[in-house]
Design a protein around this ligand. Sequence first.
Ligand code: SF4
Length: 229
Amino acid sequence: MEPIRGEEKALVLDFLNIAEDYLRDGYRMPHPRVDIHETEDSLDTIAQEVHSCASCILASTRNNAVAGEGHPQPLVLVVGEGPGSEEDKTGRPFVGPAGQLLDRMLAAIDLSRQTNCFIANVVKCRPPNNRDPAPEEITACAPFLARQLKILRPLVILTVGRVPTQALLHTTEGIGRLRGRFFEYQGYPLFPTYHPSALLRDPSLKRPAWEDLKILRAKLDELMESQSS
Ligand code: SF4
């Protein structure tokens, strides 16, 4: 069989990109697709590197690094703070009580990690005693999230809680002031809301969190509509 020439290869790759979009219910990606041959990076490669990473002190106390999981072409990239105890045990993000609540919050607006969300954290290893990740730990881990974002290209980034929101927006403003509004992060709409663990501690935050989720859903519908028209 003759090898595929460059021009033909580009056509095949274009077709694959279009087919992928079609299979996603006609949804068009918000950013130009990167031809498969232009990037050798992948979610699996990132996960492998995360699992063997020792770029910050958190490597010395973790049981399992948690790279992230979810749909490889998500509508929403959920970004949390870092793994907790259950996540450190299992190597999966948001699987403890807060994770179960996050899944219910996402399901309430027709989102899930199985079908249209990817879930990651700003640090991939558990800070001991559930302390906040230190700025140098967030900085050391940032290239992994940046690479994930480049591959995933979601419609919206949803940050949950103070730490990831402040880290990505480079602000010291509290989550109470940042939540429920859209910001821009590297060309993507970024929308902060409360961390589910805050809702477990303070049920009075459930109402404003629900208001946030409705705003997020409306924005997603608007973006999907504009992509399909
Ligand atoms: Fe590496 Fe990130 Fe884990 Fe630090 S937190 S060891 S930078 S994977």
